[in-house]
Design a protein around this ligand. Structure first.
Ligand SMILES: [Fe+2]
Length: 286
């Protein structure tokens, strides 16, 4: 179950209105890597988690914290939309507001009446398709670390797009939490290994004997860029601790494919019934 506390986790108060920045801030609310994604992703991973204990509890804890961030960003956007100019000639509070009129999001006023919504900075609706909950904690924790990296990257960019001290203060908080959350997922990955629950490659339980030759440890150079094999991925011990990397050029190991004519009811080219190869063969046999 859920309860709600009116107090915010951290202050979300701009020093002044800024409808232009409110539009940009939508990205970290309803964009692919925004707070809606991480909140619902961690909660779904937690609810779906079939292993009782610290992992499930941690997922539900962080998912709920991310909901608190959703609330803060919605509140910030709402406040940034205060005194939003409804017409260019009504933008009389500051010159900046007048100049920025064309950069505001019309839906903030027309659709939401001066409020935030679950869309990104370009008005693309937030989607549940952004959310991954595979049931494999190692796979998901890596993706969660990625989400925190993309999120912190975007908030840090937004930080450089405003001079409002109140906005910057909240962004600093989000950047700080994303710092912790990146490390949290990286630590959780190590914990999964320590607990013997999963390793690399995911899924570890799939037998390596079923893999093809040495390709599990081979960097295949399929480009003429001369330095493709110059990194750790092409020589030395592999991260799974069970092999050594090697590198070699890509090579074809199978014949060129020749497809039979298609189903005539699908009308592909070549047509197989009228004027097609099959028909010509049949005509020759007559
Ligand atoms: Fe986070």
């Amino acid at each position: 179950m859920f309860t709600h506390t009116h107090a915010l986790q951290y202050e979300a108060k701009p020093d002044g209105p800024d409808a232009t920045f409110a539009r940009r801030m939508q990205e970290i609310l309803g964009g692919q890597w925004g707070e809606m994604t991480v909140a619902t992703q961690y909660l779904l991973q937690g609810w779906n988690c079939r292993l009782p204990g610290k992992y499930k509890d941690m997922l539900l804890a962080i998912g709920t914290e991310e909901l608190a961030h959703v609330e803060m960003i919605v509140t910030m956007i709402d406040r940034l939309l205060d005194h939003q100019p409804l017409k260019p000639d009504a933008a009389d509070r500051t010159n900046e507001a007048a100049a920025g009129y064309g950069q505001t999001n019309p839906q903030h006023a027309i659709v939401n009446g001066g409020g935030a919504y679950y869309k990104d900075s370009m008005g693309v609706p937030w989607s549940g398709a952004y959310v991954t909950a595979s049931g494999n904690l190692m796979a998901d924790f890596h993706y969660n670390a990625t989400a925190e990296m993309q999120g912190r990257l975007q908030v840090a960019r937004l930080y450089n797009m405003t001079d409002d001290p109140g906005v910057k203060d909240m962004l600093r908080f989000l950047i700080t939490r994303d710092h912790m959350h990146q490390m949290q997922w990286l630590a959780a990955i190590e914990q999964l290994k320590e607990d013997g629950l999963e390793g690399i490659p995911v899924p570890e339980a799939f037998p390596l004997e079923e893999e093809v030759g040495d390709l599990g440890y081979t960097f295949i150079d399929a480009s003429d860029g001369p330095e493709a094999s110059a990194g750790r991925w092409a020589s030395g011990p592999a991260p799974d601790g069970r092999g050594e990397f090697r590198a070699r050029p890509i090579e074809a190991t199978a014949d060129a494919p020749i497809l039979p004519p298609g189903d005539p009811r699908l009308y592909g080219t070549p047509q197989t019934e009228v004027g097609g190869l099959l028909q010509k063969a049949k005509d020759l046999l007559k």
